[in-house]
Design a protein around this ligand. Structure first.
Ligand SMILES: C[S@@+](CC[C@H](N)C(=O)[O-])C[C@H]1O[C@@H](n2cnc3c(N)ncnc32)[C@H](O)[C@@H]1O
Length: 227
């Protein structure tokens, strides 16, 4: 994103504030702000980064003036927006220099979710696989979105991370708890089908007896404002 000392940064869809905290460590709390439509997430972000300007709002109507920030970013959010081009237009309106986003590669190398949805499709061919239903999650779609928003010097690429799990239960816990679209689907299943899904995931992961790691890939787009 080309952050520079003294920059002001806005995190759109900041959730509980992981990226916000990273921005604050680089730029100072007084130079970072976040918005998210979820009040509990906004509360968590405020307590994680005390002093940051975190507001309850959606990407489609960001409550900041034009050119308020040097850099405006959204992390793992584009596919959840109600009107993604409008959300990106708001990111560009509030940014003076740079607009950047990343999204999970739901259809490919995000192993945690791929294992889950491939197992779900095994027992239910109509399962709402995020690799099929999520938009704005391919490099081509991101590039088009960024160029149509009028951004220049557009770069698109991959960010790859490794996630560590203590054991299979550590992997399974968020699904069982109903977190995210995958968890909501899992929680909607009757007990016997949920158990069949759990066993299919366990098998697809190679029946891990202890700790293991999975890879997750996000696609990113970054572009510069023409002003
Ligand atoms: C996968 S989480 C990512 C959170 C955070 N950016 C992170 O990386 O940890 C998706 C976030 O998008 C937020 N969200 C959903 N719809 C949104 C919208 N229309 N505008 C902005 N954020 C939205 C959710 O509340 C949630 O915090």
């Amino acid at each position: 994103m080309g952050l520079r000392a003294g920059d002001r940064a806005l995190d759109v869809g900041c959730g509980p504030g992981a990226a916000l905290a990273a921005f604050a460590a680089r730029l100072g709390t007084e130079n970072v702000a976040g918005v998210d439509p979820s009040e509990p997430f906004v509360e968590m972000a405020r307590s994680r980064v005390p002093g940051a300007d975190v507001r309850v709002a959606a990407a489609e109507a960001v409550p900041f003036d034009d050119d308020s920030f040097d850099v405006v970013v959204s992390q793992l959010v584009l596919n959840f927006m109600t009107d993604t081009p409008a959300g990106v237009a708001e990111m560009c309106r509030t940014a003076r220099r740079t607009s950047a986003s990343c999204v999970w590669d739901y259809a490919g190398e995000t192993e945690m979710l791929r294992v889950f949805w491939d197992a779900a499709l095994e027992i239910d061919p109509d399962a709402p696989d995020e690799g099929r239903v999520m938009r704005w999650c391919s490099p081509a779609e991101l590039e088009e979105l960024w160029k149509r928003a009028g951004l220049r010097e557009v770069e698109v690429g991959e960010l790859v991370v490794r996630a560590e799990y203590d054991d299979f239960d550590d992997y399974w816990a968020p699904f069982r708890a109903g977190i995210a679209p995958s968890g909501a689907y899992c929680a909607s299943l009757p007990a016997a089908r949920q158990e069949a899904l759990r066993q299919a995931c366990f098998r697809r992961l190679g029946r891990p007896g202890g700790a293991f790691e999975l890879t997750a890939r996000a696609w990113f787009a970054v572009g510069q404002l023409a002003r």
